[in-house]
Ligand binder design. Structure first.
Ligand SMILES: C[S@@+](CC[C@H](N)C(=O)[O-])C[C@H]1O[C@@H](n2cnc3c(N)ncnc32)[C@H](O)[C@@H]1O
Length: 416
């Protein structure tokens, strides 16, 4: 059994219920055991350390919401089925709709369109009543004012990339999707993923012929979603890990035809160097950073970043995240956009990284950054996901027992 260091014992004492064990509490000196004997103390599983860490930090952040989020993290996660537009099988939507699943992306698109039509109708109505009331000049000024208001409303400006389709079961329905099936050419019909992982891709809002960089791409769920838009001018997918880049290649192989695959440039560089390698190059950059992967850390002891021996790595995460985000900003063309995302609830890995990056971009690189308002995502996707209402910057999907997706934090920056 692995030995616990001084801090390990302190954590053990915190996690253990009941009175302090002999030797750790106050008591006669002769009964206290020596440090080296602690080698026989039980090793605390990383999942328990993670939960303890979350209890301390997230109860302060999420307050009354934390018990429900905690229970959801410990329950089975829900998936979405990202349809593979490259697969020749075309009966999947009907099959999934018969099971009561819906494509939440097209539902949100319809919602945005309805809001835009309602706003336009309201505008026409206002124009008509004004034409009966005021002078021509006054009417023009009032219309200009209304248009400005519409332009300012993110919901009315919302555009959802149309080609991505992802099916989910309704709230409270915990049906599982069948495994993906191959078509005659061997391409699988859908990719199962945490549906909240699509939100950063939708926030990136790829436009025809955009040059797109996915800086931390493996194993490739978001790269695949970017390809499903069918409109990326060029896609560069990078990940520092060679073994994970192999998984990215496998996913591309299983879902994407050769002629499209060959247009994707896959690399295994340290993303932190990317800004220097190809600065001011891309229209859109996705920075989906390594993080504490809260759901995994709460549930799985294998490869858990809360393992004692990974303490330093965990503490250095916000620094690595900041460096990767800075590299993403530097790789973006002026006027281009960066989406930063994590699957952690931690403000230290989310809002604080954004704030620091904006500050460093201004002070050290003379780059002005605008943090975009994504609050319309809450309106458009509220039927599918539960959002944290008090995020200072960006949006955060909270796991919920009726909609057990996430956590997923995403924030969009525009390089001015
Ligand atoms: C959250 S995962 C990315 C998930 C991926 N975007 C997807 O949707 O499947 C974070 C990735 O960052 C990679 N990574 C860690 N450090 C990196 C670095 N310095 N440069 C580039 N990638 C890095 C990890 O190997 C890991 O695959």
């Amino acid at each position: 059994m692995a030995a616990l260091g001084g801090r390990g014992r302190a954590a053990a004492a915190l996690l253990r219920r009941g009175p302090p064990p002999p030797g750790l509490g106050a008591g006669p000196r002769r009964y206290r055991y020596k440090e080296k004997w602690a080698a026989t103390a039980p090793r605390i599983p990383p999942t328990r350390l993670a939960l303890h860490h979350f209890d301390v930090n997230y109860s302060l952040q999420l307050k009354d919401l934390w018990p429900s989020v905690r229970a959801s993290l410990l329950c089975e996660q829900k998936y979405g089925a990202l349809l593979n537009n490259f697969s020749a099988v075309n009966h999947v939507p009907q099959e999934l709709e018969l099971l009561n699943a819906t494509d939440f992306v097209s539902e949100a698109r319809k919602k945005a369109q309805r809001s835009q039509q309602a706003a336009a109708a309201e505008e026409v109505g206002r124009g008509e009543s004004r034409s009966q009331e005021g002078s021509g000049e006054g009417r023009t000024a009032m219309r200009a004012e209304t248009v400005t208001q519409a332009e300012m409303s993110p919901l009315l400006r919302a555009s959802i990339t149309s080609n991505i389709k992802c099916y989910t079961f309704p709230r409270g329905d915990i049906t599982r999707f069948r495994p993906a099936r191959p078509d005659t050419l061997g391409l699988l019909d859908y990719y199962l993923m945490d549906a909240a992982s699509l939100l950063p891709v939708l926030a990136l809002n790829v436009r025809p012929d955009d040059l797109v960089l996915d800086l931390c791409a493996a194993p490739g769920g978001k790269t695949l979603a970017l390809l499903q838009t069918g409109i990326c001018g060029r896609l560069a997918a990078n990940d520092v890990s060679i073994s994970r880049t192999k998984r990215l290649h496998q996913i591309l192989h299983s879902y994407v035809p050769k002629e499209i695959r060959e247009t994707v440039s896959v690399t295994s560089c340290d993303g932190r160097d990317w800004g220097q390698l190809q600065g001011d190059t891309f229209h859109k950059v996705l920075v989906d950073v390594p993080c504490t992967t809260d759901r995994h850390s709460a549930m799985e002891d294998d490869n858990n970043i809360f393992h004692k021996r990974r303490t330093k790595e965990r503490q250095m995460l916000p620094m690595l995240q900041l460096q990767l985000l800075m590299a993403g900003i530097l790789a973006t063309k002026p006027g281009g956009e960066v989406v930063y995302s994590t699957c952690s609830l931690s403000p230290l890995q989310n809002e604080y990284v954004i704030e620091r990056a904006v500050e460093i971009a201004e002070t050290q690189f003379d780059i002005s950054i605008h943090v975009e308002d994504l609050s319309h995502f809450r309106t458009l996707f509220q039927d599918t996901f539960s959002f944290f209402p008090d995020c200072r910057l960006g949006e955060l999907v909270l796991p919920h027992l009726t909609a057990n997706f996430g956590p997923m934090y995403f924030c969009k920056l525009r390089r001015m």
